[in-house]
Design a protein. Structure first.
Length: 270
């Protein structure tokens, strides 16, 4: 009598051999219907948002944390929108460049540190990962990604770069005049080392990082709306309202006044 084949406990099929295990896995995944989107698992992971886009850069699915950042109540409200419908133009342009690189190369882009909206609708530092989506023939048809707060990943990102103290110093003193030399001295690095490490971590030098921090604080102040725009700029170390408006527009793609009006319109629509 020939020996009986060993059955897989859940499928009652012969247990897959090592070479066939990927085929067995793929066959199972094809059985998952659209009413069981795996990405909903991200809704139970704190501070991590998930999104996916098609080759036209339009949102095809998003976790609750992702779409709620834009004031939407359901996933259906964000489907089909692209970054230029969700973000100020400067931020959207930066995201589009990253998306294009993933679609063009078919390679992931990991640990991108960039500005993104937090729960309050204020640009904040986030870590983004983007990976290509492929069809059954292996062709890239879109991309998927996750975003999570920089603070949540700082412990993982910074030890090898020795920038955690520098970032904390900037957070505490960004309203003041900070030179590269004084910042380097505070964290026991040479100015050249500090410049190199900031570019490695954030894609910009320390002075540009300070400016982004000021613009982030400006967004928060403009949303509160208790100060005049000129007062906000002066409080953040800009020499006059013209300089503040120019820097704000370069970073966000809107003037301070336009940003303030946009936020008020969004708040009324909630």
């Amino acid at each position: 009598m020939s020996p009986r084949k060993k059955l897989h406990p859940s499928t009652s099929e012969p247990s897959p051999s090592a070479p066939g295990s990927l085929l067995w896995r793929d066959a199972f995944l094809r059985q998952i219907g659209p009413t069981t989107p795996i990405y909903q698992l991200f809704e139970h992971l704190p501070d991590i948002a998930f999104f996916a886009k098609d080759s036209g850069y339009r949102i095809v699915c998003a976790s609750r944390l992702f779409y709620e950042r834009f004031g939407f109540q359901s996933e259906s409200e964000i489907l089909g929108k692209d970054d230029f419908e969700l973000f100020p133009s400067r931020l959207a342009e930066a995201f589009r460049r990253d998306d294009e690189a993933v679609l063009r190369s078919g390679e992931p882009r990991i640990n991108l540190v960039e500005l993104f909206f937090n729960r309050q609708g204020i640009p904040d530092w986030f870590v983004t990962n983007k990976l290509p989506l492929r069809d059954l023939n292996g062709c890239v048809i879109g991309l998927m990604g996750t975003t999570h707060s920089y603070e949540a990943r700082k412990a993982m990102l910074q030890p090898f770069l020795n920038l955690d103290k520098a970032v904390d110093f900037i957070r505490a003193h960004f309203r003041e005049r900070i030179s590269v030399e004084s910042l380097a001295h505070a964290v026991h690095l040479s100015p050249r080392q500090l410049q190199r490490k900031f570019i490695e971590a954030f894609g910009v030098g320390p002075q540009a990082f300070v400016l982004k921090m000021r613009i982030q604080a400006a967004c928060e102040a403009l949303q509160i709306g208790t100060q005049q725009i000129a007062e906000v700029g002066k409080d953040l170390g800009f020499c006059d309202q013209s300089a503040f408006t120019k820097a704000f527009h370069q970073q966000i793609g809107l003037t301070p006044r336009q940003y303030q009006l946009q936020f008020r319109l969004r708040r009324k629509s909630l």
